[in-house]
Structures are given as structure tokens and as C-alpha cells.
Design a protein around this ligand. Structure first.
Ligand SMILES: Nc1ncnc2c1ncn2[C@@H]1O[C@H](COP(=O)(O)OP(=O)(O)OP(=O)(O)O)[C@@H](O)[C@H]1O
Length: 286
């Protein structure tokens, strides 16, 4: 197996006011994984993300990202090529007057030559689907979907191996949510980025992620394959979340004919047809 891109061992984080936000958190993430971090409000998802990108320093345990152990003297700047964090609200991240300058901001801070900055801006914009004709426009006058893409492009221009995206679908309609998630899938599958998505939307988790880390009270409740976690009704309830609607229905039907582990409508329909088909056969035999 490849070296993990993230290795967290016995991580504790206590805020200055004494709030214990993380307790004994351990997991590893391999390169190219697409992971969902789920949990109720206050379960520690954001604190954990900030510990991963070096904004916060563990008060106990160890965090290693892309081979670098994050210690008290590690600066976020040392990590920006390894890990990037896209804020829940893109407006908390965007502060330049031109879209071009927004995407160029971080590579300029790396003191790259102007032509290298320019090629990174164009590359990030192209991947993020931001037309160059918008480069001179103000980020704030764009739709939320485009502002989100600008926020992601401004992280992509650093070419980080891991991208953490906090609540990418909040406040977006079905089509916009699918668009941003399809885009993250493309970054994962085509460009090879490791993606960690923080979300409360279990339909999105079911459809897009391979693995789920469920948190509650600053601890990991369950870490496993997406289907395994989303069909554990006890775990999902403890995390104060609801499984996808289809899974709720499947669990209501669960018996010796229905598995209770379906995540998607087509799967449940296939089980239904099998059961109905078997019933028809029984009638004919009878
Ligand atoms: N700056 C802070 N100072 C003190 N306590 C904090 C601070 N930020 C967060 N906390 C506390 O730490 C715990 C974990 O919060 P965190 O924001 O990491 O959770 P979260 O799972 O990201 O929640 P949400 O889904 O609401 O974003 C909570 O009890 C929260 O109140």
C-alpha cells in the first residue's frame, strides 16, 4: 500500500477556553481517496480540518500530512502545496477585486515568476470551469456556484495534493449541488487529488464518496466504506443525522427478502422486482 497522505494518531485539541474539541482521533487517508467527514454540529469536523492544514496545532497526539509532521513551529505556508481548505462560505475566502487576482493571490505569495503565476491561474480557472472572459470581473458579482468555483480555483492554483471542502452544497439547489460535486469527482478521478468533503447531505455522501468518517463529541464514531457507515442506523442516529431516504425505506422493509442496505433507488427497485418476481413464480407454481 502507498504511504498515507494523512496520518493522524491520538489527536487531541483543546481550545484556549478549555473546550475539548477533539479527543484521541486516529485515522489514515491514502492518496486519491474521496472521503466524507460527517457529524452533527460541534462534533469537531472544522477543528479537525484546521489541524490537518496547520491552522491549529494539536494539543496532543500527532498529525502527519504528506510526510510532514505538523508541530508547534510548522507554518501553514509549509503545507499549502500539500493541503488546501475551501471554506464553507466562499465569501469568507474571497477578498480581491478581480477574479484573476483572487486566483493569483496564493501563487504570488509563493514568489513565483509572473509567467508561472499566470499559467497556474489559467490552469486552475480552466479546471474549475471559470471562463477567462470573467477574469477582470469582481468575484462578488457572480452566482454562488461561480464564487465557489473561484474559491476552489484559488486553492487549485497551489496544486495541493489534498483538498478539504467544507459544506460545498449548502444553500445550493439540486442542479448546483450536483455540479459542484461532479467537479470534485473530476478533481479526484482525473486530476488525482485526494478529496475530503464535510457535509450534512447524506444523499451526496452516498452518491459521491467511497469512505465515511463519522464524528460525534470530538471522537470518531465509525470510519468505514460509505455503504457500511450509512446503513448503520445506530451510528447515523448517534451522529444526529438521517440516512438517505432510500436507505430509510430499505431499512423499514428489511426482512429475509429485502437487504436493508440499499443506498440508491435503482438498487431498492431491483430488490423489489426480484421479490415481486419471486411472488409471481410462487403463484404460478401454486
Ligand atoms: N474558537 C473556539 N473556541 C472555543 N471553542 C470552540 C471554538 N471553535 C469551535 N469550538 C468548539 O469546539 C467544538 C467543535 O467545534 P467544530 O466547529 O470543530 O465542530 P463542527 O463539527 O465543525 O461543527 P459545525 O458543523 O457546526 O461546523 C464545539 O464544541 C465548538 O463549540
Amino acid at each position: 500500500m502507498a504511504e498515507p497522505i494523512i496520518e493522524v494518531t491520538g489527536l487531541d485539541y483543546r481550545y484556549e477556553d478549555g473546550t475539548q474539541a477533539l479527543s484521541d482521533v486516529s485515522f489514515t487517508i491514502q492518496p486519491h481517496e474521496f472521503v466524507a467527514l460527517i457529524g452533527t454540529n460541534g462534533s469537531g469536523k472544522t477543528t479537525l480540518s484546521k489541524c490537518l492544514n496547520g491552522i491549529l496545532k494539536a494539543t496532543g497526539g500527532a498529525v502527519v500530512v504528506d510526510g510532514l509532521t505538523i508541530g508547534p513551529s510548522t507554518r501553514s505556508a509549509q503545507l499549502i502545496k500539500s493541503i488546501g481548505y475551501v471554506f464553507q462560505n466562499p465569501d469568507h475566502q474571497l477578498f480581491n477585486n478581480r477574479i484573476y487576482d483572487e486566483i493569483a493571490y496564493a501563487p504570488r505569495n509563493l514568489h513565483l515568476a509572473a509567467e508561472d503565476v499566470d499559467s497556474r491561474v489559467r490552469e486552475a480557472a480552466r479546471i474549475a470551469g471559470i471562463p477567462e472572459r470573467l477574469f477582470d470581473d469582481h468575484p462578488f458579482f457572480q452566482t454562488k456556484g461561480i464564487r465557489q468555483r473561484i474559491a476552489i480555483a484559488s486553492i487549485l492554483s497551489l496544486r495541493p495534493k489534498v483538498i478539504i471542502v467544507d459544506e460545498p452544497t449548502t444553500g445550493q439547489d439540486y442542479r448546483q449541488s450536483r455540479e459542484v460535486m461532479d467537479f470534485l469527482r473530476m478533481l479526484n478521478e482525473t486530476a488525482g487529488h485526494t478529496i475530503i468533503v464535510i457535509t450534512h447531505d447524506m444523499e451526496i455522501v452516498a452518491e459521491y464518496t467511497q469512505r465515511v468518517i463519522a464524528m460525534t463529541g470530538g471522537r470518531i464514531l465509525l470510519d468505514g466504506a460509505t455503504r457500511e457507515v450509512l446503513t448503520r442506523a445506530d451510528v447515523i442516529a448517534q451522529a444526529d443525522l438521517m440516512p438517505p431516504l432510500v436507505t430509510q425505506l430499505a431499512q423499514g422493509l428489511a426482512d429475509d427478502r429485502f437487504s436493508g442496505t440499499t443506498l440508491f433507488a435503482e438498487e431498492l427497485l431491483a430488490e423489489w422486482r426480484r421479490v415481486v418476481g419471486a411472488g409471481e413464480e410462487m403463484r404460478h407454481v401454486g
